[in-house]
Design a protein around this ligand. Sequence first.
Ligand code: HNI
Length: 147
Amino acid sequence: MVQWTDFERVTIQSVFEKMDYDDVGPAALSRCLVVYPWTQRYFGNFGNLYNAAAIQGNPMVAAHGKTVLRGLDRAVKNMDDIKATYAELSVLHSEKLRVDPDNFRLLGDCLTVVLASQMRRGFTPDVQAAWQKFLTVVISALGRQYN
Ligand code: HNI
């Protein structure tokens, strides 16, 4: 089981408390779809993803960005059992959606960029270290049901 220090717990809770899901979720997902265009293939039913402006203005992308963050929220509330918390979501992404698990890291990276640009000086190396550890655990749990 993953061990968390008090600092890591407090940091992750505080990052999410301060985060504006309606802003960060859409920004991170649309960035991922622009920077790594092959990720668009999973969102064929989302309509116009023709260019960066279309992606950033697409309401389905925005809505799904918020869904992803609410998904992350479940990990924050269950930091001691992220693996079990994500068992179902992992099955969904592997068996039904058939999302290549490498893409979890790409979306995670985009989330990190958005977060860093918002937190600015508050995104210290210590805060980033806690954040990256959290993301690593999340990504590993989401990839758990792949074989
Ligand atoms: Ni993901 C649906 C959480 C990464 C493609 N995804 C969900 C749902 C949650 C979620 C929650 C809604 C499930 C439900 O309806 O029961 N996804 C997450 C999280 C991450 C993630 C926490 C990683 C941080 N998903 C990705 C990535 C891709 C992805 C990287 C593809 C590149 N997800 C999808 C697709 C759906 C989805 C596609 C279904 C969307 C829809 O509405 O049709």
